[in-house]
Write a protein that binds this ligand. Sequence first.
Ligand code: 5GP
Ligand code: ZN
Length: 120
Amino acid sequence: MAAGEPQADCLFCKILAGDVPATIVHETKDVVAFRDINPQAPTHILVIPRAHYANAGELGAEAPELAGALLAEAAVIATAEDIADSGYRIVFNTGAGAGQTVFHVHAHLLGGRGLSWPPG
Ligand code: 5GP
Ligand code: ZN
């Protein structure tokens, strides 16, 4: 399997292909953002690369420029969603033990309410 190639059994690759519907809020040639189906905050958006990498570690190691592009788009979306001034959180759950359930890397962009620290 070549790094970045679409995976037939990947939910987010299916969203990218248009085979599973999603509410897309922003897209570029490399990155797509859509609303989480089970939002944990008033704004809860998933920002993903079009290329399939399993998690943030793999993305950072194998495609660091793409990782940077993903973070840049998260910031653009935060401004567009009007959560930049009030503050927001970008989360990459990495590995099942940290709560990752979809193994196509995604940044959770969360905002629109107070966010406590430490996270659960
Ligand atoms: P993880 O647990 O891997 O960090 O995050 C996966 C996220 O994907 C969860 O927040 C979950 O609500 C969201 N999710 C799961 N299935 C779907 C879906 O079919 N559509 C959308 N938009 N989000 C989904
Ligand atoms: Zn995928």
